[in-house]
Ligand binder design. Structure first.
Ligand code: SAM
Length: 215
């Protein structure tokens, strides 16, 4: 089964996919060379392309059975918009590539797909499935409970990078690229969510996991 993992970052959504099936051929596309290098190190069997995921989708979608895409969320984010009264706030257009990809996949792609993003500060332009703080535009119904793990207990955490490293089972201090390490760490999809969504697409009943604070 061939999977395209777009805006792959460090593979949060992808981390547990090998537990779902052992015959996956995964192509990952990521623009940041350092994130791509680390992804390749983390998933040596995946094909990693350093380049523009948006263009890659357009030119290659037909080669895949399942496509996951996580376009960057900052220009849609409620957190960012909540800063708009600060002097440092820079107004930006919401990046419509998110909707381009949803419409493109809905009307052209015959396989399974998931487009993942944050709940935006505006009314979403296309109806989505909301789970926690995220929206999913998918070619199939997601379970009501996608087994999102509880985040770390921030009240007890002093060091954010360590907290995210535990949560995602990945040492983010390895990242030496141009993006801020804490921002990078916050990018990743909960690996349990990535696993449940792929299982759902494949008709596998997800197991319920224990929901607990990690610290
Ligand atoms: C929200 S994160 C994706 C998180 C990922 N799904 C995970 O669970 O680890 C978005 C990623 O897209 C990358 N990116 C931004 N623009 C891109 C582009 N045009 N093509 C490919 N990757 C891009 C960023 O470097 C970042 O790593």
């Amino acid at each position: 089964m061939k999977i395209l993992n777009l805006y792959a970052c460090l593979g949060g959504n992808r981390y547990k996919w090998d537990e779902v099936r052992d015959d996956l051929e995964i192509t990952a596309v990521e623009l940041d060379p350092e994130a791509s290098r680390l992804y390749r190190e983390r998933f040596p069997n995946d094909r990693v392309i350093v380049g523009d995921a948006h263009q890659y989708l357009l030119e290659n979608y037909q080669e895949f059975d399942f496509i996951w895409t996580s376009p960057p969320c900052p220009t849609h984010s409620r957190v960012r918009m909540s800063q708009k009264n600060k002097d440092s706030f820079i107004p930006m257009y919401p990046d419509m590539k998110l909707y381009e990809e949803i419409i493109f996949l809905q009307h052209n792609f015959k396989g399974g797909f998931v487009v993942e993003n944050v709940v935006p500060y505006y009314e979403p332009l296309i109806e989505a499935q909301k789970r926690g703080r995220h929206l999913y535009w998918a070619s199939f119904n997601l379970p009501y409970n996608i087994n999102e793990r509880k985040s770390v207990n921030w009240a007890r955490i002093k060091d954010e990078i360590t907290a995210w490293s535990v949560f995602h089972d990945y040492d983010f201090r390895q990242y030496k690229g141009n993006q801020r390490t804490d921002k990078m760490a916050r990018n990743l999809v909960d690996y349990q969510v990535g696993k449940v969504i792929l299982e759902t697409f494949l008709g596998i009943e997800p197991e319920n996991i224990e929901q607990r604070m990690l610290f």
